[in-house]
Design a protein around this ligand. Structure first.
Ligand code: C2O
Ligand code: CU
Ligand code: CU
Length: 485
């Protein structure tokens, strides 16, 4: 497939661009033009309402779910050979409450091994819990059982595959879904929606495009950016009626900033846990893996674009790594006479601050060139000089302690640091960013910079991983083990 270059797309603009793209991509041409990253008209949108993924809700303290991972789903309103759970991408939204048991039978109908990770859920990493070392072969099933602690914070988590070496391909293909822990204060909102953002590139025949070595080195970004599997849906709203949007960055590598025309985004939670109080912001920045819950309060009728702005991820080694855009992700369509929504509570049930650390350690993420004298042309992704080895214990932590970790990045690209099971509270970062004071699970470590964080290893024991959430980097080896015992 000949794809039109970004520079040429910029030169064409508007209708010429759409026509050129439709001509270049037969897959798009069969059903009319598909706007792509680089489209300079952020005003357009379809009239398709934002879909709600199917919800599977726990009852009487448990939720039993069957998930089948397989190819063949609708993407952007067309049949594609992309991947999904139970025939859709995103997969069903799983809803549990603190204290519940979640049982998932995952059946693998892919042509390669897979497994499941409950990103953000603070559950045991052992056995058939949130164990990233499980391998489910094609045709096989595996029964996961997660016990959600009774004191688990309510919030927005998500699930995706985590089989080392295939994570990026499987997430990029469409395997992701939301996982909500219900509870928390009753907020004065008329609607509560998941906005799970993915990106993908499809070939003319509707199959997921192959990804080359440069894209794997930088971290691939798809040509289509979707919300709940849809391209530019509209979100209906009524003036004076607020909505909670649970935004999940389920893209493989893309870091983005969101803004909504004419409205602030009032952030109430980050990475599945409440902030101390609502914060009205002009934009929300999400690294891959991050979740942000915002409240949107429409006050008058109109159409307002939810715009995705690109965020620079550093220089890379073969030119800049900056995604296209701005582009319209969705359009808020507000009806009704001007009215203002009821005020949010002034305080939210944020967790109390993490206790002071009693031990310190540091770990260094590095992207370098391998081969003789570093001139081999092969990117090498390491943590503390080594690529991932599932059988090696990299960090051994005493259970029950609080540690201060300094995560360093000695390379030219930003790396989003992610730790399973045990969230961290950012204390300071080399770029001087404001900190939230609450536990998070993905944070950007700037190129040549560092982030200092406190981690309470006081909940679960067991063996798990930390890694770069640019999943191409994780698959290339930028992952390490942590053992809490
Ligand atoms: Cu969302 Cu180990 O990842
Ligand atoms: Cu995770
Ligand atoms: Cu990385």
């Amino acid at each position: 497939m000949t794809r039109i270059s970004r520079r040429r797309a910029l030169a064409l603009g508007g209708a010429g661009l759409a026509a050129a793209i439709a001509g270049a991509a037969g897959w798009a041409a069969t059903d009319g033009p598909i706007a792509r990253v680089g489209d300079l008209d952020p005003g357009g949108s379809t009239d398709e309402g934002l879909a709600r993924p199917a919800e599977l809700v726990a009852r009487d303290g448990r939720l039993d779910v069957e998930l089948v991972a397989a190819a063949g789903v609708r993407v952007a309103g067309r049949d594609a050979r992309a991947l999904g759970y139970n025939g859709s991408s995103p997969g069903p939204t799983l809803r549990v409450r603190p204290g519940d048991e979640l049982a998932v039978r995952l059946t693998n109908r892919l042509d390669q091994p897979t497994n499941l990770h409950t990103h953000g859920l603070r559950v045991s990493p052992q056995g058939n819990g949130d164990n990233p070392f499980v391998q489910i072969e094609p045709g096989a099933s595996f029964d996961y059982r997660y016990r959600v602690p009774a004191d688990h914070p309510p919030g927005t988590q998500w699930y995706h595959p985590h089989h080392h070496g295939m994570v990026a391909d499987q997430l990029f293909g469409g395997l992701a879904g939301a996982l909500l822990v219900d509870g928390g204060p009753a907020l004065p909102v008329a609607d509560d929606r998941v906005l799970l953002v993915t990106d993908i590139t499809l070939d003319p025949d509707g199959s997921v495009a192959a990804v080359g070595p440069t894209d794997r080195m930088r971290g691939r970004e798809g040509d289509l950016v979707l919300v709940n599997g849809q391209h530019r849906p509209m979100v209906p709203a009524t003036s004076g009626h607020a909505q909670r949007w649970r935004i999940v960055n389920a893209c493989t590598s893309r870091v983005f900033a969101l803004r909504l025309e004419g409205h602030p985004l009032t952030r109430i939670a980050q990475d599945g846990t409440f902030l101390p109080s609502p914060v009205a912001e002009s934009q929300a920045v999400l690294a891959p893996g991050n979740r942000t819950d915002v409240v949107v309060s429409p006050v008058g009728a109109g159409r307002f674009a939810l715009i995705l702005d690109p965020v620079d991820r550093g220089d890379g080694m073969m030119g800049g790594t900056r995604s296209g855009g701005p582009l319209t992700l969705a359009t808020l369509v507000v009806d009704g006479p001007a009215a203002s929504a009821p005020a949010l509570p002034a305080t939210l049930p944020a967790e109390s601050a993490t206790a002071a650390a009693t031990a310190r350690r540091s770990t260094t993420f590095r992207m370098g060139m391998g081969g003789p004298m570093g001139g081999g042309g092969q990117a090498v992704m390491t943590i503390d000089g080594r690529t991932f080895d599932p059988d090696r214990d990299d960090q051994i932590v005493a259970a029950g302690t609080v540690e201060e970790w300094t995560v360093l990045n000695s390379g030219p690209l930003t790396h989003p640091f992610h730790l399973h099971v045990w969230p961290f509270t950012v204390v300071a970062a080399s770029d001087g960013r404001p900190t939230t004071g609450v536990p998070e699970d993905v944070t950007l470590v700037p190129a040549g910079g560092w982030v200092k964080m406190r981690i309470a290893f006081t909940t679960h024991t067991g063996r798990s991983v930390y890694h770069c959430h640019i999943l191409d980097h994780e698959d290339a080896g930028m992952m390490a083990t942590v053992v809490v015992r």
